[in-house]
Design a binder for this molecule. Structure first.
Ligand SMILES: NC(=O)c1ccc[n+]([C@@H]2O[C@H](COP(=O)([O-])OP(=O)(O)OC[C@H]3O[C@@H](n4cnc5c(N)ncnc54)[C@H](O)[C@@H]3O)[C@@H](O)[C@H]2O)c1
Length: 319
């Protein structure tokens, strides 16, 4: 019989940015982790420090194909998350969300395992409601360049709720808002990594549009804490629940903060806004606060400081 405290946990997308932090935390909490990844955007470097740990196992697998493993809990994070990556092969992106969800839900059904989906604030599209609460259905373009990601994630949510209604699976859905921290990709076009790399290498900081659009950023440790609380919440609580930082700032403010923290002399350069780029996005986290007792705790300067240190080290190693 299995130890009730020490669980076998599957993390799909475990070699990615968020997944690697989640694997680390789960192992730290005494669980056994099976990290599944096809290394499309994730790397071995993100999990290299876990490889020798007897509680950690790595499985190279594409989630669009079924898998047969024995676990108690599943965190489904496998999916490229930045526009550059998910638009590279949009059909595969939709497949990863949709076929991937079907495969992990089928596994959860067979095992009676609890399963969490890493959904996204992109399910709200270009929102007409601010801040976004979970009962807002969104404003999404179904045929645009971002649709493979947005609609794929929306369909995955549908599948999670239909599996619950039809097969009584224990599901959890987290809607993740912009998250940052060490192990973000250096070249994936996401704003925090972009600005930091540009500042550290003395290149101009690129702001799309006039820089007045706002975003909010959650530090990765806070996000992982939200995941763990959600997984441990009572079975009746399924979400969807927003996990993000409601403190927002404009892109100009972010650029100035990063310039100050890095001591960089890079100048700011303005470029046209990409299509379908939401003007404003900010979570309402009342539900997470009430149901999970969760809120982000990391001060932005502290989080940015750790992220800058990570990129500084990475760039030095890359020469
Ligand atoms: N980082 C954020 O701000 C953010 C925001 C909203 C949602 N999310 C969601 O969180 C999850 C993790 O995001 P991340 O930022 O860590 O991205 P990431 O790209 O670093 O991680 C995704 C991981 O999934 C793997 N993967 C992709 N397709 C796969 C497939 N078909 N089979 C197996 N593995 C596959 C990649 O190799 C990578 O390791 C994603 O589902 C993403 O949509 C992230």
């Amino acid at each position: 019989m299995r130890d009730l405290i020490r669980k076998q946990v599957l993390v799909t997308g475990g070699a990615g940015f968020l997944g690697s932090h989640l694997c680390e935390q789960l192992i730290g909490n005494g669980h056994d982790v099976l990290c599944l990844d096809n290394f499309f955007t994730g790397t071995r470097d993100n999990i290299i420090h876990l490889m020798e740990n007897p509680r950690f196992e790595l499985m190279r697998h594409d989630i669009t194909f079924p898998l047969y493993v024995e676990v108690d809990e599943i965190y489904n994070l496998a999916c490229p998350a930045s526009p550059i990556h998910y638009q590279h092969d949009p059909v595969q992106t939709t497949k990863t969300s949709v076929h991937g969800a079907i495969n992990v839900l089928g596994l959860a059904k067979r095992l009676g395992a609890k399963i969490m989906q890493a959904s996204t604030s992109e399910v709200y599209g270009d929102p007409q409601v601010h801040p976004q609460t979970e009962d807002y259905w969104g404003h999404v373009n179904p045929i645009g360049y971002r649709s493979c990601y947005d609609e794929g994630k929306r369909c995955a949510e549908t599948l999670f709720f239909d599996y619950r209604r039809q097969h009584d699976i224990r599901i959890k859905v987290a809607r993740i808002f912009n998250t940052y921290g060490p192990r973000m990709h250096p070249n994936d076009g996401r704003v925090v990594s972009n600005f930091i790399v540009q500042a550290l290498t003395g290149q101009p900081i690129t702001i799309y549009g006039d820089g007045s659009q706002t975003r909010s950023f959650c530090y990765v440790d806070d996000l992982v804490d939200g995941f763990l609380r959600l997984m441990d919440s009572p079975d009746e609580f399924t979400g969807p629940v927003n996990i993000g930082n409601p403190v927002d700032l404009t892109m100009i403010e972010l650029a100035e903060e990063i310039l100050a923290l890095t001591g960089s002399e890079s100048r700011i350069k303005y470029e046209p806004l990409p299509t379908d780029d939401p003007v404003q996005r900010k979570p309402d986290i009342s539900l997470a606060s009430t149901e999970l007792g969760w809120q982000p705790r990391t001060d932005r300067r502290e989080g940015l400081g750790k992220t800058i240190a990570y990129f500084d080290n990475l760039l030095t190693r890359q020469g």
